[in-house]
Every structure is written in structure tokens, then in C-alpha cells.
Ligand binder design. Sequence first.
Ligand code: NAD
Ligand code: UDP
Ligand code: UDP
Length: 318
Amino acid sequence: MKKILVTGGAGFLGSHLCERLVEAGHDVLCVDNYFTGSKLNIEHLLNRPNFEAMRHDVTFPLYVEVDQIYNLACPASPIHYQWDPVQTTKTSVQGAINMLGLAKRVKARVLQASTSEVYGDPEVHPQPESYWGRVNPIGFRSCYDEGKRCAETLFFDYWRQHQIEIKVMRIFNTYGPKMHPNDGRVVSNFIVQAIKNEPITIYGNGSQTRSFCYVDDLIEGMIRLMESPAEITGPINIGNPTEFTMLELASTVLKLSGSKSELIFKPLPEDDPKQRKPDIDLAKSTLNWAPNIQLEEGLSKTIAHFRKVLAASNHPAQ
Ligand code: NAD
Ligand code: UDP
Ligand code: UDP
């Protein structure tokens, strides 16, 4: 059994990952500054002898002894990463430097939670790993996109210069239970609005596309990548290639939740990518991975989760 550090472990993806790793018997250290994550996401793990939570900001050095590092710390929702954009870039860049420095000292394998945002507003569709992307370096999304791109650069330079074992995973839009109800991302927004019979907020005309991966599929891909042979560094896309417009997503959420919500249209945020869909051939051939859970099944589970959370009075504020 390994000693495993998960940064951002109290967030949406991090808490699912911690759960999987604890169940597998590993010794898990969850590090989080609780900016967008919540102790509620990990409270069921706190009494497990092989789980430990530490409040820490990854922009500061961290001295611990571990075998593997999953570096997930970073707000993922546009409203949160744009709230303090300088801190977002610091988290991606200085956080990566610290985790790579730690990996170098203790000879740990380190996985970076990168993102489809490195492709920006893509002109190549679907996006293969070989596409270099189309990113605005000075816009509102740049703190996140360029921070993540620079983190990838650091990972490959530490690999070339210091022979660190790296794994770079490009995550496409993922959803599921434990997303924060006020997270601001489209799936949680639409589901919460539908359950409350409030208007569904479509940004722009709703013709932009995304490809949504259910969290269990994503975490399986993440663990397979971490456990893959050392020569597999990535970058590797992990996501569900089935593409939907935001109007299609809204109508599916309305149908599955039996909601009476109407649609309202709001301005499209700046630099909002028009289309996004992963090419997952590399994940299939190198990790033998492909998603199993399709949108209606995943949305139904997520709607059931949010019904419980919203019914249990108001969700505690962060
Ligand atoms: P999230 O916001 O739920 O989780 C991020 C976690 O990192 C939170 O618990 C937050 O408190 C913590 N954090 C933020 N800044 C920190 C800092 N400086 N020090 C320590 N902890 C810090 O988001 P998520 O969806 O779970 O995303 C996890 C990772 O996956 C992120 O790196 C994100 O960029 C990446 N990712 C997610 C998606 C997705 O669709 N969910 C897509 C692409 C990439
Ligand atoms: N670092 C860390 N934990 C460690 C080792 C290093 O947080 O166990 C940080 C350290 O503070 C440094 C960064 O990682 O700023 C990069 O470390 P590296 O050894 O690559 O660079 P250097 O220390 O030479 O600047
Ligand atoms: N979006 C929307 N209504 C919302 C929230 C988001 O129409 O209430 C749109 C958003 O403009 C984008 C897509 O849904 O085109 C996905 O947004 P999200 O913030 O979830 O992820 P990202 O843009 O980072 O892929």
C-alpha cells in the first residue's frame, strides 16, 4: 500500500479520488485550503485510520514523505477562478513548482490535473493531444488556461531536467455528486435551477457544445494513468466524447427532473469556447480506458444527489 498525497482533496474530484484510494487501502493525505472545497466532502473519511486531512495552501512549500502525488488543487469553475485571478495563476504555477520540488526530493510519481482549457477556443475538433490550442493570454479565462499550460511546461521540464516520473492528464468537463450547489458550472447550475423550478440560465444562444464525463469514469481514468508504466507521461485526454449543446443539456435536465423551469438567455462570457470534445484514442490504446456512463444515467444520479443536498435545509456556506 502506498502513501499518497492528494492536493485539492476536499474538492469535487479530489474527494471522490480520496474515497477510491482510501477504499483501496492506501495511506491518503488530503491537502486543501478549502477555497472551493468543503470539509463535508471528506467528513465520512475522517475516522478512517488511513486518511488524514491537512489545511494547507499549495503556493507554500510542503514537506511530507509520500510515494505518489495527485495535484488537483485549483478552483475549476470560471466564477471561482476569476474571483482572485492572481491567486489562480499562483496556485497552478507555484503549486506545480512546489509539488514537483517535493516529488524530486522524495522521488515520488506526480500526476497533474490539467484541463481541456489548454486547447482554449479550439479550431481543431475533436481535440487530440497533439493540438497546441488557441488561448487568449490576456483575457478573463487566462489566469486558469495559461496557469494550467505553464504547469504542463513545468511538469515536462522537471521530467527532462530531473527525471521526475510525471503524468499529465487533460480533464474534460466532468460532473457528478459532490459538485458544490453554488459552484457555477453548467451541470450544477442547471440541476439546482431545475429542482427549484427556477429559470435555467443559458449563456449565449445555447448552441455552444461540451462533452460531459461522469465522475466515476473520470476517477477510473485518473488512477489508471497514475498506475501506468513510467514511460507514459501524457499529456492524455480523459473525458466523454459524446458532445451536447447547452440547449440539449438543459432539455435533458428538465426531462429527467420533471421540472417546470423556463429557459432564460444571458450574455455569453468572454472567450467562452464554442465547442469542446475530446479525442480519446490515446486513452483507449495506452490505458485501455473509455467512459461507461452516458449522460442520462449520470445526470439521474447527480439530480438524486442534489435533491438530497437541497432537501437537507440550506447547504452550509463555505
Ligand atoms: P474544485 O474547485 O471542486 O476542487 C479544487 C480543490 O482545490 C478545492 O477543494 C479547493 O479548495 C482546492 N484549492 C484551490 N486552491 C488551492 C490552494 N492554493 N491550495 C490548496 N488547495 C486549493 O474543482 P474540481 O472540479 O474538483 O477540480 C479539481 C482539479 O481538476 C482542478 O485542478 C481542475 O482544474 C481540474 N479539472 C477539473 C475539471 C472538471 O470538469 N471538474 C475539468 C478540467 C480540469
Ligand atoms: N519544495 C517543497 N517540498 C519539498 C521540496 C521542495 O515544497 O519537499 C519546494 C521548494 O520550496 C522549492 C520548490 O519546491 O521552492 C522547487 O523545488 P526544487 O528543488 O525544484 O527547487 P529549488 O529548491 O532548488 O528552488
Ligand atoms: N453555461 C450556461 N449556463 C450556466 C453556466 C454555464 O449556459 O448557468 C455555459 C457556459 O457559458 C459554457 C458551458 O455552459 O459555454 C460550460 O460552462 P462551465 O462553466 O460549466 O465550464 P467551461 O466553460 O469551463 O467548460
